[in-house]
Design a protein around this ligand. Structure first.
Ligand code: MG
Length: 338
């Protein structure tokens, strides 16, 4: 191994004993040896590493980072295409016993249902996540494949980072991490790809937190009352909050689809988060705009209240949206609290 490194100009021994062939290395080469080992672990080629030591800089590390993300994304896309070709959906969400999570004070058990549909689009750029005490929907923005990559990358990065640090600050850090991952994937070009993100998370220090960027939503059904716990980051929502636009005018406003915030469209992201009261009997719904743009809040409430089983409820919501000829992708994640 060391001989092949030396052949590439890496870790050249300071001296070689001619009779025994023993190779001597200086103490200063230990750091280089450690860096070479780490870069090899990242599967960087020996020749590339040798070139890197001629002029080590952050740009090359960033290039490798992007390459790794893009290779992994390409592998995930191929896997997703294989899944689609086999017509095999995702495995069932974690069962009741697997998905209990202690917040700061109480232990909740969650039973979930998930459904998504391509709607009238050519690809489904929505993605959902049901993980350990972590539930999310992301709606990708960008060209045909870019949106799919952005929403999946957002959720995968978010999930991994939050799993490593389940505090509220870890949750915000996970969102920033997801933002950086998509921004890097877009090669730092403004707004070529992005994603919304709406999350309900059980943190270790403050129980349930709702976090969102963009116009995917979280609702809570409690005692027959449906409450929207997020406010859309869109031009029309801002105008309506300011009292400058009526709900009926908003339907035809030229900027009705324009987001004011999204994951991955700039190096930094503004995040909204707050505590969410979460009690046994509550039903939470995370959804993409494809759902609430064709079903009114009243219709949502009636449908959510009429079906007890969360998977059937998610299926029903999405099927009803599709029946209305939803132009957009439609996704719903139902979380029942026990
Ligand atoms: Mg959408």
């Amino acid at each position: 191994m060391l001989r092949s490194y030396a052949a590439a100009g890496l870790l050249v021994p300071t001296a070689v004993d001619e009779s025994s062939g023993y190779r001597y290395y200086s103490p200063g080469q230990l750091l280089q040896a450690r860096i070479v080992a780490l870069l090899r672990q990242a599967q960087i080629g020996i020749d590339e590493i040798a070139g890197f030591f001629d002029n080590p800089d952050a740009f090359q590390l960033d290039r490798w980072d992007r390459q790794i993300v893009s290779e992994s994304t390409a592998r995930r896309q191929a896997l997703a295409q294989a899944r689609a070709a086999l017509a095999i959906g995702r495995a069932a969400p974690p069962t009741q016993s697997e998905n209990s999570r202690k917040g700061s004070a109480v232990t909740h058990t969650f039973v979930t249902g998930t459904a998504t549909h391509i709607g009238g689009r050519d690809s489904n750029q929505d993605a959902w996540l049901v993980s350990d005490g972590l539930f999310a929907v992301a709606d990708g923005l960008g060209g045909l494949q870019d949106g799919e990559v952005a929403s999946r990358l957002t959720l995968d990065t978010f999930d991994a980072a939050f799993t490593a640090d389940r505090t509220v600050s870890g949750l915000l850090g996970a969102c920033r991490e997801a933002n950086r991952a998509v921004w890097r994937q877009a090669n730092g070009q403004d707004a070529t790809m992005g994603s919304t993100l709406a999350v309900l998370a059980m943190t270790s220090d403050a129980a349930a937190i709702v976090l969102h960027v963009g116009d995917s939503r979280l609702y809570r059904l409690r005692n027959g009352r449906l409450e929207q716990l997020t406010h859309d980051h869109t031009v029309i929502a801002d105008l309506m909050r300011a009292g400058e636009l009526s709900e009926s005018d908003a339907q035809t406003h030229p900027y009705r689809n324009v987001l004011t915030r999204a994951i991955g469209v700039a190096p930094e992201v503004d995040i909204d988060h707050s505590g969410a009261s979460c009690e046994p009997g509550d039903r939470f719904v995370l959804c993409s705009d494809g759902l609430f743009k064709v079903l009114s809040t009243d219709e949502l409430k009636v449908m959510l209240a009429s079906e007890v089983e969360p998977q059937r409820s998610a299926d029903q919501l999405v099927a009803n949206a599709v029946k209305r000829e939803a132009e957009d992708n439609v996704t719903a994640v139902i979380i029942d609290v026990h």
